[in-house]
Ligand binder design. Structure first.
Ligand code: ATP
Length: 238
């Protein structure tokens, strides 16, 4: 079976500084794959490159059978790759419904869009209750839900989530992680970047540990969760 996403020897540099130093991994349709690692490991850089926001310095990205290396960001979305970025980037003055509608800007099937907005409200009832409110009035966790809901509005083949648990209370974080499990059960393929290794590995089919621009360890979620070096470095065990 060919993977939905194939990343081969990917390199990304900011000027002379190489932030991603030749990483390779795949995401199969229906899987949740996670990239974990400390600050500055290159996880966000990897997602931004897959989104077309940064140009690779080397290597190959193939998504759904098509090479992505030279595809600009707006085209990448239309190919079915959605990105819920770190820090959320919702539009605070627009209502929740308007934010969701913006996620569907490439579509013109009105009835389908309405249906998917309803689906976002089913997934996150709080968004439905507050649909007419300005998005800036939502709590951090609720804004994270909105960012995820918005990314889903383009019906992506692959949903990339950058640190969805960042800055959230344990309860909110649990809710977000439960939603990822729910989305997977519905057949959504997800590439998840997280600093919370415990949460990410608990639900991932496959995980990769990144350190200073390289993948240093790969395995199934449960394998990595029980790996001694991962437990020491990322799960705070002695
Ligand atoms: P974090 O969890 O802190 O976001 P990360 O694993 O996502 O970490 P990146 O944000 O991808 O890491 O950063 C990788 C490296 O690239 C870091 O050394 C960072 O300082 C550097 N870097 C990131 N963005 C830029 C930029 N715009 N210009 C120069 N260097 C950058």
């Amino acid at each position: 079976m060919t993977a939905l996403l194939e990343v081969e020897d990917l390199r990304v540099a900011y000027g002379k500084i190489e932030a991603v130093k030749g990483i390779s991994f795949t995401v199969e349709a229906g899987q949740v794959v996670t990239l974990i690692g400390t600050n500055g490991a290159g996880k966000t850089t990897t997602l931004r490159t897959l989104s077309g926001l940064l140009k690779p310095a080397g290597g190959r990205i193939v998504f759904d059978g098509k090479p992505l290396n030279d595809v600009p960001a707006h085209k990448v979305v239309s190919l079915g790759l959605a990105h819920s970025p770190e820090g959320r980037h919702i539009f605070p003055r627009l209502t929740i419904t308007e934010n969701l509608q913006l996620g569907a800007y490439l579509r013109n099937d009105k009835a389908g869009i309405e249906k998917d907005i309803q689906r976002a409200y089913d997934l996150f009832p709080i968004l439905g209750e507050r649909r007419k409110q300005a998005a800036g009035t939502l709590s951090g966790g609720e804004q994270q839900m909105l960012a995820m809901g918005r990314a889903l509005m383009c019906r992506p083949k692959l949903l990339m989530l950058d640190e969805p648990s960042m800055g959230l209370s344990p309860i909110m974080m649990q809710k977000i992680m439960q939603t990822i499990v729910e989305l997977k059960a519905q057949g959504t393929t997800i590439l998840l970047v997280e600093q919370n290794a415990q949460a990410a590995l608990s639900l991932a089919d496959q995980g990769h540990v990144m350190e200073v621009g390289k993948i240093v360890l790969s395995g199934t979620g449960p394998d990595l969760l029980h790996d001694e070096s991962v437990r020491k470095a990322y799960l705070g065990e002695d």
